[in-house]
Design a protein around this ligand. Structure first.
Ligand code: NAD
Length: 310
């Protein structure tokens, strides 16, 4: 199968290398020139808890590649997704399958603007990865993927896609209600990412703050109301219990969420408009009050401004 990974950062590198090691014909496409150059010169540098390897892979800037793909897996940041789709039009055929595993809300609207619903697969992944520099990723821990087709007739194709990913060790399974999983993950991220970024702390420290429960309840109440307006049911008690587990230092507690890494550590623009900011925007459209998520979104944008994030 000819597979393009569109967005060859931490997650794109993980998925691309695991699929290639299983014998798939994989190319990496990325807009970051230094990254593409490093991968082509030395291979993808993959660091794990047990060692480091240089794994040879082909990488291209979007404008450099003109090969038709059977499958494209998107792993840009959410705010880069639309630009990437536009930049790689030449590799897309009418029956190219496209899989979006980005975090955040609103990605499905972007995908539907450019692809036939029958070709779109949406998913969530619990795999993680970190970017240490151009062509250099760190992988640790275990993960899984849930996938669903968006078009009415695509369940069989989604199952086949799960097989391709699972054979590469990526543990993919079919989900009949992927939008609930996408909202669940966005709600978890909406409670951890922006608060840890604004407070400049890890997840364990966030969990130890005296006002944590009222703050999370306020954020989640607004997520729940806006999700309901989209026909999605969010179980706030379950999410509160899932969040409590992440505060544990033996779980995710010692981890700085990706928004903290992006903005505070690397001065990069964040995915806030597709997390708390999406709840704020859709809330306004639907006449649902979302003062807490609106304020959080403004704080993160102000921090982006102060840090001259790009
Ligand atoms: P990433 O930042 O590593 O890569 C995303 C894009 O940004 C890539 O095109 C990459 O080349 C580019 N990029 C990275 N650093 C750059 C730099 N210094 N200068 C210029 N460009 C740079 O993002 P990711 O962690 O792979 O995440 C991709 C998507 O997957 C996001 O939606 C994220 O929320 C989601 N996700 C991430 C994880 C994780 O553990 N990293 C887990 C689940 C979902």
């Amino acid at each position: 199968m000819k597979i393009a990974i569109a967005g060859a950062g931490a997650m794109g590198g993980r998925f691309g290398s695991m699929l290639a090691k299983n014998g798939e014909d994989v190319v990496l496409i990325d807009q970051w020139e230094d990254n593409v150059k490093a991968i082509n010169q030395h291979g993808l540098k993959i660091e794990t808890d047990t060692g480091t390897e240089m794994y040879p892979m082909r990488a291209y800037l979007p404008q450099e590649i003109d090969e038709k793909m059977d499958l494209i897996i998107f792993f840009t940041k959410t705010l880069q997704l639309e630009r990437m789709i536009q930049a790689i039009k030449q590799v897309i055929q009418p029956d190219t399958q496209v899989l979006c595993l980005l975090n955040g809300l609103g990605n499905i609207e972007t995908m539907e603007k450019y692809f036939d619903r029958e070709c779109i697969f949406m998913g969530v992944t619990m795999w993680t990865a970190g970017m240490k520099g151009p062509g250099y990723i760190h992988l640790s821990g275990d993960g899984s993927i849930k996938i669903q087709n968006i078009g009415a007739s695509g369940e069989k194709k989604a199952q086949n896609l799960c097989d391709v990913l699972s054979q590469a060790g990526l543990k993919a399974s079919y989900s009949p209600d992927i939008m609930e999983s996408i909202w669940w993950k966005a709600a978890i991220n909406g409670c951890l990412n922006a608060p840890c970024t604004i407070l400049d702390c890890d997840i364990q420290a966030l969990g130890s703050t005296p006002q944590i429960n009222p703050m999370l309840t306020a954020i989640l109440g607004e997520f729940q109301a806006v999700a309901k307006s989209q026909g999605i049911s969010l179980d706030v008690d379950q999410i509160m219990s899932d969040l409590a587990k992440t505060f544990d230092p033996s779980q995710a507690g010692k981890h700085f969420p990706s928004m903290h890494q992006d903005l505070i550590q690397h001065h990069r623009l964040t995915e806030i408009d597709y997390m708390n900011g999406y709840v704020s925007r859709i809330g306004k459209e639907k006449g649902i009050d979302t003062p807490v998520n609106t304020f959080i979104t403004e704080l993160v944008h102000n921090k982006e401004y102060l840090l001259k994030a790009q």
